[in-house]
Write a protein that binds this ligand. Structure first.
Ligand code: KG4
Ligand code: ZN
Length: 348
């Protein structure tokens, strides 16, 4: 089955053509024929974050050419199904992709399925060439770390999810972005913090590990961001700018604290639920230290750790196409839900 994936939930206009070849074990082999991403980062950078109305305008201008390019790169194949992100995300941005997908489905007379963006991130792990999807065993525990989510999701099968932990305030990616802003770095801050941290000392400043000791598997990242704000105030006394070394040491100390919490909690949740396979996904899964630490912690605890390939960590439509394969088309057209929650109406 060849699926055209479409993704416009935030600031990337993306389209992909993915072929899935069913296997006898119920899974499928995956081949990515095209994966086109048009990023709006440069536009939103000047505002310090994504502006929904501007994002929608850019999506509307780019969606046609992006889909056309994906189809051309794939050799204009016959498409069996369209998969489109229907939430969660920015409402005006989501509507552009959804409306385009519905119109194209009508024109081509092929079904369209609505996909939960987070279900897409989870399925970025099925795009890996290094760890064949056939080797992923259920139940698995997903650690989803992005700009909007920090979730621990128990996965019993494709489409069968239970959120066992989530952030009570800011998401981990949001904390990276906010701390980056405090250090004078532009949006998105995650990659810039991790680059800066390479020349920093992660032990120089002791920062809190919020909720590490709590009995739940929930997270909280707003306190860590505030701790960094106070730390900067204490260092500079509001009287001088930070030195480059201080900035690097703050970035490294923050990154250490932020990652320490997700890794420890993911292992604890997997142990508690008796799960031997951990899957990482979401934009923050591009972070090298997180990948290294999670892999090492899994190894130390006898668990299998699956990491998405770097090119599929941030928003893309290939992951939406794979998630769309495991969802069934419904008689109704997919509707937008900006607050969609994994496990609820994922396939509607
Ligand atoms: O999944 P994503 O592309 O969009 C959402 O669905 O939110 O994630 C974007 C987030 C941003 O907060 C960005 O700063 C973060 O992922 N990010 C990183 C890295 N690369 C992207 N955070 C830490 N380290 C990175 N290398
Ligand atoms: Zn995302």
């Amino acid at each position: 089955m060849k699926i055209l994936g479409i993704e416009t939930s935030c600031d990337e206009t993306a389209a992909a053509v993915v072929e899935l070849l069913p296997r006898t074990d119920g899974g499928a082999d995956v081949r990515v024929h095209a994966n086109v991403v048009s990023s709006q980062v440069a536009l939103h950078e000047q505002y310090g974050g994504v502006v929904p109305a501007l994002a929608a305008r850019e999506h509307a201008a780019n969606i046609g050419p992006v889909v056309e390019r994906a189809l051309a790169e794939a050799g204009h194949p016959h498409i069996d199904r369209i998969a489109v992100t229907r939430g969660p995300g920015l409402a005006p941005a989501l509507l552009v992709g959804l409306t385009f997908a519905r119109a194209l489905s009508w024109k081509l007379e092929i079904p369209v399925v609505g996909v939960d963006h987070m279900d897409g991130h989870i399925h970025s792990n099925w795009l890996s060439e290094h760890f064949p999807a056939a080797d992923i065993r259920f139940p698995a525990l997903n650690l989803i770390v992005s700009g909007g989510h920090t979730d621990l999701v128990l996965m019993r099968d494709h489409g069968s999810y239970e959120i066992v932990g989530e952030t009570l305030d800011d998401a981990i990616g949001e904390a990276f972005d906010k701390v980056a802003r405090l250090l004078g770095l532009s949006y998105p801050g995650g990659p810039k913090i991790s680059a800066l941290a390479r020349s920093g000392d992660p032990m120089r400043y002791q920062l809190p590990r919020p909720m590490l000791k709590s009995d739940t598997f929930n997270f909280s990242y707003s306190g860590l961001k505030t701790a960094v704000l106070y730390l900067i105030r204490d260092i500079t006394n509001n009287a001088r700018p930070l030195t480059d070394q201080e900035k690097a040491d703050i970035a490294a100390s923050f990154q250490e604290a932020a990652i320490d919490v997700v890794v420890q909690k993911a292992i604890r949740a997997a142990t508690h639920h008796g799960i031997g396979t951990l899957l990482l996904s979401g934009g923050v899964s591009a972070n090298a230290l997180l990948r290294e630490r999670l892999a090492a912690a899994c190894q130390a605890n006898g668990m299998i750790c699956i990491l998405p390939e770097l090119r599929y960590t941030t928003d893309n439509a290939a992951m939406i196409a794979v998630a769309g394969y495991y969802s069934s088309p419904t008689p109704e057209q997919p509707a937008m839900d900006a607050n969609l929650r994994l496990g609820q109406n994922t396939t509607a």
